[in-house]
Design a protein around this ligand. Structure first.
Ligand SMILES: N[C@@H](CCC(=O)N[C@@H](CS)C(=O)NCC(=O)O)C(=O)O
Length: 226
């Protein structure tokens, strides 16, 4: 069975959990918090970040690498397009999710609004939050709006690009923010994604962590598909 280490409300841990659910792989979750890691964490996670996955005696860090492993080891159903252009476009959006959506928008907002006050006992830097909302968020969401057409981001089929982008948008909503009227296609896409069974299930399982951290879960679909 897969063991996925990382608190499930983390953008990158959720990405791996949803990939496992899409592929119908049984998993267990060790809810490691990177700021309070367990003994031996350095060995499991060379960057100190979550997630880490073990599959039997095989251990691997980084959500993108873990998802690539799952695809090779458990190819059905595929989460990456088979055609070259679709494949690299999906990789580009996965990279954009990690390197830009997360780094420039979600990480800063989550750090300021949740990690600083609730885990580190520090005050929120309101100017830093404002700067992200006024400068980075519109630029990044504007790009995502330009890339959204229909139900899924690449080739009309749910896959790695959707996993990576939607997981970031979920944490944006947990902070009490909503996708505003400047980005109607992105907002509609996100709403539809919340009804996808793997995402609904992942969100249902992480609710104890979300409420424990005082996150805003009002956007979560409450009907869990059978
Ligand atoms: N590229 C990495 C990014 C992982 C990452 O940034 N994880 C965050 C949580 S979502 C983390 O561990 N942050 C704690 C830290 O930066 O020390 C991946 O895809 O797994």
């Amino acid at each position: 069975m897969l063991n996925i280490h990382g608190v499930p409300i983390s953008v990158h841990t959720r990405k791996v959990i949803v990939a496992a659910l899409e592929k119908n792989l049984p998993y267990q979750n060790e809810p490691v918090i990177p700021f309070k890691p367990p003994a031996g964490w350095d060995r499991l996670s060379p960057t100190g970040k979550i997630p880490v996955m073990s599959d039997g005696d095989f251990e691997l860090a980084d959500s993108s690498v873990i998802c690539a492993y799952l695809e090779r080891e458990y190819p059905r159903p595929p989460l990456y397009p088979a055609d070259t252009r679709g494949h690299v476009r999906a990789l580009w959006l996965e990279e954009y999710a990690d390197g830009t959506v997360f780094r420039e928008v979600i990480h800063g907002l989550f750090f300021q609004n949740v990690i600083r006050p609730r885990i580190l006992g520090q005050a929120i830097d309101k100017a830093a939050v404002e700067a992200i909302q006024v400068e980075a968020m519109p630029r990044v969401f504007g790009y995502l709006e330009s890339q959204t057409a229909g139900d899924c981001l690449v080739g009309g089929k749910f896959g790695i690009a959707d996993l990576a982008i939607v997981s970031n948008l979920i944490n944006y909503h947990y902070l009490g923010y909503r996708i505003d009227s400047r980005f109607p296609k992105l907002a509609g896409y996100f709403k539809a994604m919340l009804r996808r069974p793997s995402i609904t299930r992942a969100l249902a399982a992480e609710q104890p962590f979300a409420s424990g951290m005082g996150l805003d879960s009002r956007f979560v679909e409450t009907t869990v598909p059978v």
